[in-house]
Write a protein of this length. Structure first.
Length: 147
């Protein structure tokens, strides 16, 4: 099912810190599937749950960018001091493209839609997308990040 995407830098749902998911059940699995479908339909590389109106800690990443697609209660456990700039867009901020400074690489610990914990090392585009989506879970948008 395609979900409606929340738009706008002052939209309150995009500005709230998202809450931890306590139980991974069939509702969460359905939500993850719908989020992937919605992201693909809109040609996005990532989508966080508050972007579709749910204030919970889950995001999805396109399979072209990541071998794992669903990230629940994610936590960055290592992050490089080295940074790089690249241009980013956001499905919640149509037609806005900004140069954002991100860490070059990181390691994330998270849980998939089946409740299995995994760790993933990321660099380049995947590292940037993960940082972008983590920002969403904390109510931060790219327009806040301009250096
Ligand atoms: Zn975004």
């Amino acid at each position: 099912m395609i979900l409606k995407i929340e738009i706008g830098q002052n939209n309150p749902i995009l500005r709230k810190k998202s809450l931890e998911i306590k139980e991974i059940n069939s509702d969460i699995q359905k939500l993850a599937n719908d989020m992937i479908e919605t992201m693909n339909k809109n040609n996005g590389v990532g989508l966080a749950a508050n972007q579709i109106g749910k204030n919970i800690r889950i995001f999805v990443i396109a399979k072209e960018v990541s071998k794992k697609q669903v990230f629940i209660n994610p936590e960055i456990i290592k992050i490089s001091n080295k940074t790089e700039n690249s241009e980013e867009g956001c499905l919640s901020l149509p037609n806005v493209f900004l140069k954002i400074k991100r860490a070059k690489s990181l390691k994330i610990k998270t849980v998939d839609e089946h409740g299995n914990e995994f760790k993933l090392k990321a660099k380049g585009l995947l590292a940037h997308v993960i940082q972008h989506e983590m920002d969403h879970l904390n109510g931060i948008l790219i327009c806040d990040n301009v250096k």
